[in-house]
Design a protein around this ligand. Structure first.
Ligand SMILES: N[C@@H](CCC(=O)N[C@@H](CS)C(=O)NCC(=O)O)C(=O)O
Length: 222
């Protein structure tokens, strides 16, 4: 049972460029909190906060998300989502074996899939047109496709990675969303349907709308 007295605080950016909206990693935490039914407040930050000593004492890399609950400060989206999942069987089953499987998929999403996806995102969104990139991109895309094919194979007829929605699906889908600028997911109908199934959840829709609503339009005036 959750006995918290003070609201949870989630740190998010007050502004990002439009292509990044809906992808910033505080979305993972918002989604988890919505699934768990835990109320929270959002602290919006900008570059000056990221660089401040106070914030670095909370999030050593100056990144988002950061999270505070009952005086405990956390960072790393995967660790935060797991912490939220510990508080709700909406995100993780109660039995030890089931919990271990959720942890497996959380780490798989962040360690076996996200690095490949991020390489492609980095090439396409941040380094397009730079020297050496056109030669490198096919290799990176091929690597992403190997991961997608393996994931589609695992899913097969399953609705979710472990038969029911868990924090593992939440992390996996937020990783796969980063491919939205490509047609890669469409090449794997199983994966596309899986993402759409997870993103249709009311908790995801609420989290996404809330993230988008929090961005200011003008970073200078912010
Ligand atoms: N492994 C970290 C990565 C966090 C991360 O890359 N956050 C991005 C936003 S999605 C960020 O803060 N970027 C700004 C920066 O790195 O300075 C996590 O999952 O929380």
């Amino acid at each position: 049972m959750n006995t918290q007295t003070k609201p949870i605080t989630l740190v998010a950016f007050r502004w990002v460029p439009p292509p990044a909206r809906g992808l910033v990693r505080d979305l993972r935490v918002r989604w988890a909190l919505e699934e768990a039914g835990l109320p929270y407040r959002v602290k919006l930050i900008g570059p000056e906060d990221q660089a401040s000593a106070d914030y670095r004492a909370w999030q050593p890399f100056g990144q988002v998300p950061a999270y505070e609950q009952d005086g405990h400060e956390l960072f790393e989206s995967g660790a935060i989502v797991l912490h939220v999942a510990e508080q709700s069987d909406a995100l993780m089953p109660a039995d030890a074996a089931g919990r271990a499987r959720v942890q497996v998929w959380v780490v798989a999403a962040l360690n076996s899939v996200e690095p490949m996806v991020q390489q492609l995102v980095s090439i396409d969104l941040f380094h397009a047109g730079e020297s050496g990139v056109p030669e490198r991109r096919p290799q990176v895309e091929a690597f992403v496709k190997r991961r997608l094919a393996a994931l589609a194979e695992w899913l097969g007829e399953r609705e979710y990675l472990e038969g029911r929605f868990t924090a593992g699906d939440l992390l996996m889908v937020t990783v796969l969303r980063n491919l939205r600028h490509t047609d890669l997911l469409a090449q794997y109908p199983t994966l596309k349907a899986y993402c759409e199934r997870c993103e249709a959840r009311p908790a995801f829709q609420k989290a996404l709308q809330d993230q988008l609503a929090d961005f200011v339009e003008d970073p200078v005036a912010a």
